[in-house]
Design a protein around this ligand. Sequence first.
Ligand SMILES: Nc1ncnc2c1ncn2[C@@H]1O[C@H](COP(=O)(O)OP(=O)(O)OP(=O)(O)O)[C@@H](O)[C@H]1O
Ligand SMILES: [Mg+2]
Length: 264
Amino acid sequence: MITLAITSQKGGVGKTTLAINLAHAFARSGRRTLLVDSDPQGSVGLSLTRQSRHLSGFYDMLGNPSVSAEKIIVPTRMPTLSLVASGHSSAYELGGGSMGVTLHRVRCFLAEVEALDYDICIIDTAAGLFGATADVLSACNGVIVPQQAEPLGVRSVPKMLEALARMRVVNPQLQVLGVVLTMLKEELTESRESAAALRNLLPAEMVMQTVVPRDDLYVRASARGLPVGVMEEGEESLATFDALRSELERRIVPANPETPDYAE
Ligand SMILES: Nc1ncnc2c1ncn2[C@@H]1O[C@H](COP(=O)(O)OP(=O)(O)OP(=O)(O)O)[C@@H](O)[C@H]1O
Ligand SMILES: [Mg+2]
């Protein structure tokens, strides 16, 4: 099973949007996909099922060994797409989660998910590399970093990638798959220039070819609790996330000798 974390140093760069739409793309391709919300804000849950605030989820599992993966997985209308909501995080936020213990819980959870025959588990995280996100990264085998195509923040990306590479001390399996440029506004010079600046700053293979354009449709989709591809006029975005999915698949497949190991 592929386990993929979506992480960034900065907030609001499009992690949740990427997680939802990428999970949708993998599910459409026939892969049994589990989308997990590990952000205490609970954004994925909010988008996908309105009642999810009341659902038990990721943090209930972290805090209680009797909460199994099976108990917190929620089906969606798509047979190949299921979801784990964020759940009740207050105990964890009050200091109930200490790294060693919760890392063990995350690993147990992923082992259970694999035993349930999922092909891929995509985990949306809160911004920053601490707390539960550190445990998720210590347990996953791939990580993607979305970055807004805007002037502020681009220069912090190499540092973020270095920090992720250092996580390989704890988790040698972790493949840093690269950066996805999000919210690119093609008609805005500053946005185009920021995208170019990021490509200049990093080794070419570290930035995905596929770019997520800025489009109000994404805001409307999240307000309606839907992946953007199922919206009327959402057709084009299906192609975007299909392209991103194949790009990732080419990088992830460990059997492919050409798969570069970016974190080295
Ligand atoms: N490609 C896009 N075009 C336009 N708006 C977008 C796009 N992607 C995301 N947004 C909007 O930008 C806001 C932030 O996106 P999102 O919630 O995905 O970011 P995030 O990184 O998960 O944020 P947080 O750090 O708070 O979890 C949301 O209102 C979302 O609808
Ligand atoms: Mg989010």
